[in-house]
Design a protein around this ligand. Sequence first.
Ligand code: ADP
Length: 349
Amino acid sequence: MKKLTLWLFTLAASLAAFITAIIVIGLWLWLGGKQVEFELQIFDVVIILVSISVILFLCLYIIFYKPFIDVKKLLSENPFSDMYAFYTNSFNPFISIKKAIKKNNDKSNAELDKLNTLEEYRREYIGNVSHELKTPIFNIQGYIEALLDGGLEDKNINRHFLEKADKNVDRMINIVMDLQTISRFEAGELELHKEPFEIYQLIEDVIETEKETAAKSNVSFELFGGKEIIVNADKFRIRQVLTNLLVNSIKYCKPNGGETSIRIYDLEDSIKVEISDNGIGMNEKHLGRIFERFYRVDSSRSREKGGSGLGLAIVKHIIEAHGETIEVMSTPGVGTVFSFSLSKPKKED
Ligand code: ADP
């Protein structure tokens, strides 16, 4: 507050000097005009000057000091306030206030924009979730109604309808579990359990698991390179990444089937896994968005293949939680390549 006191004192003294000068000149002119002997000692002038200064200083102190303290208090209570701007900058305390308020406004506006974006995101997210769940719920309702309306007694359809309803229940469970995984990642609740393991063997396992589904769509898998390479990662989560990417290469293959190649590249301290298919591919404009939740290039194809639009969002979360990156390249009608890195155990691990 020294700055403000000094500032008020300077202002009071300057005003006092000005007023004293006017008084002295006024007296001199007035009394001189009346032919009155007028002589003012320097001591008298100093007394007038000091008295006016003190009175003015007190007035300014009361008029400005209190509101100034209140403004400062309000500013420091505001969570967006930048009091640094207040305390540094400028001899003039009012300029400090102005700067602090300006910074405060800028921050509030930025914060408001962020809140608006989050609100829009939340609205879109709720819309997407309800839309995704609506389809299987209505399907199940349809099958149950058909069964209640006599289908239960019809041996030709009762089992079939129950199986269809069961599939829709599975679909709902998958969506809910995927959503739960994503929100736990976003809330930072999902911890990775890193361990050293052979990546080649894990990929072979995933291929084995998905072989049957691939064969149904006439898709074949090939695995190259990197036998015996050890990586340090969360095996369960990397299995999830590989499964999602391999299943996508089956879902988005061409009508006559296709080939998916998985290559492991050894890069000194890390490895790169590349999964390339010769499927339907994607236009470049979609590539920046496919890792967003619920984003699909072709919604009807994705739904028809049982996709929720959440697979790649999970993949990205898992890879980024490992501190690694995932990239995609694609050409419509030619195919798609996903590649991600993983680190090897450090020497001391
Ligand atoms: P979905 O459940 O719809 O498959 P994903 O998050 O796994 O959701 O993928 C998002 C979208 O990216 C898909 O809907 C699809 O349009 C596109 N996509 C993903 N992988 C491939 C691929 N290998 N080839 C072509 N398109 C793909």
